[in-house]
Design a protein around this ligand. Sequence first.
Ligand SMILES: Cc1cc2nc3c(=O)[nH]c(=O)nc-3n(C[C@H](O)[C@H](O)[C@H](O)COP(=O)(O)OP(=O)(O)OC[C@H]3O[C@@H](n4cnc5c(N)ncnc54)[C@H](O)[C@@H]3O)c2cc1C
Length: 359
Amino acid sequence: MSAVLAVVAETDHGELTTPTLECVAEARDIALERGDRIHALLPGSGVAPLAEELAAHGADRVTVIDHEALAQFSADGWLAALEPVLKEARPALIIGPDSEYGRTWLARLSGRWRMPLVTSCSRVRVVEDGYPEAYRFTHDRRVHERLVWARGTMAGFMLAPGVRGIGPPRPPEHTEIEIVTPKLDPTSFRDRIFRTLPPDPSTVDLTDAERIVGAGLGVGGPEGMSQLQQLADLLGATLGGTRVAADRGWLAQNRFIGTTGKIVSPKLYLAFGISGAGQHVAGIGNSEIIIAVNTDRTSPLLKMADLGVIGDLHEIVPLLVRKLEEAMNERAAPDQASTPSPTIEPVSSAMVPDGAERP
Ligand SMILES: Cc1cc2nc3c(=O)[nH]c(=O)nc-3n(C[C@H](O)[C@H](O)[C@H](O)COP(=O)(O)OP(=O)(O)OC[C@H]3O[C@@H](n4cnc5c(N)ncnc54)[C@H](O)[C@@H]3O)c2cc1C
């Protein structure tokens, strides 16, 4: 018998978050196996236009829960707004992104309903005839745990961001979209957001970072790392790298990327002295742009990078730092007659898409 799978949508600056679309995609996989229906709940203020996007990614029904008090997240507010809709929907499962939102409001719902809630899920399924099943990361992602509940148990699952990815939108299908306005009293919310501070790139979690400077064994040691840190600071990037760099103590253990580390999805991944072993590359596949610097033109990462530079990072990093500092100084003092900046001498490098020779 077909069941309802509830997906809780989250937005950021007026857009659906990528982890939300991953949750819809995960629910879609379950629904395709079992003929279930996906009911997406979209709380917020003025977010109704996003319902179409949820529909395009697989929601069969979207309930927009619209109230100006939901313009900013509040766990009390979300609980008051979403609980009645979920009660009526009677879902078999609730799936939402593993985010600070879910970890507050969904955790409260789970306590209230005495419902199991699982964080850090990499995969959610319903096996055989209705047994909810989840795979989740534990022990700093070193262990993968499988959990199964008794048939028919309603459970909440929070999907780890950046693990499963998003499929292409499906062809248009009929989706029911409704808008409800809950009765909310914002003065009763015990928690609310007053302002959001931009993340500090040096401490931001790698999974949330927009720019990452990656360090590999080729960096050579702490001296090379401090050069990369300088570059990361100038770029507003955060430092990450390979497991072997972390094992040598050059990086904190929560800063390495790959199958046994973090799965990242930055806009820019700048890799220095990283060969591109499969275990590392598995963690960077969602990066929008990859730039790799390596002395070895046959290194696998150079081949998969959008821009590959053959060269010694110990020459290239100080050069980049110098050029960025100059550019910043010029921007800071636009009125001063600028001294001509030194030209970049050709480094012993070339751009190499897949081994092509430098022109
Ligand atoms: C079970 C298991 C799990 C693993 N999980 C992970 C994981 O999650 N993440 C991970 O990263 N690794 C993981 N590894 C390790 C992985 O197999 C590789 O060993 C590792 O990714 C290689 O790191 P690297 O690229 O820094 O080092 P190397 O492979 O040694 O590469 C160093 C690169 O630096 C280049 N280089 C050297 N000097 C310079 C220079 N001056 N300028 C420019 N380039 C230079 C070299 O040409 C070389 O390509 C795992 C291994 C195992 C067995």
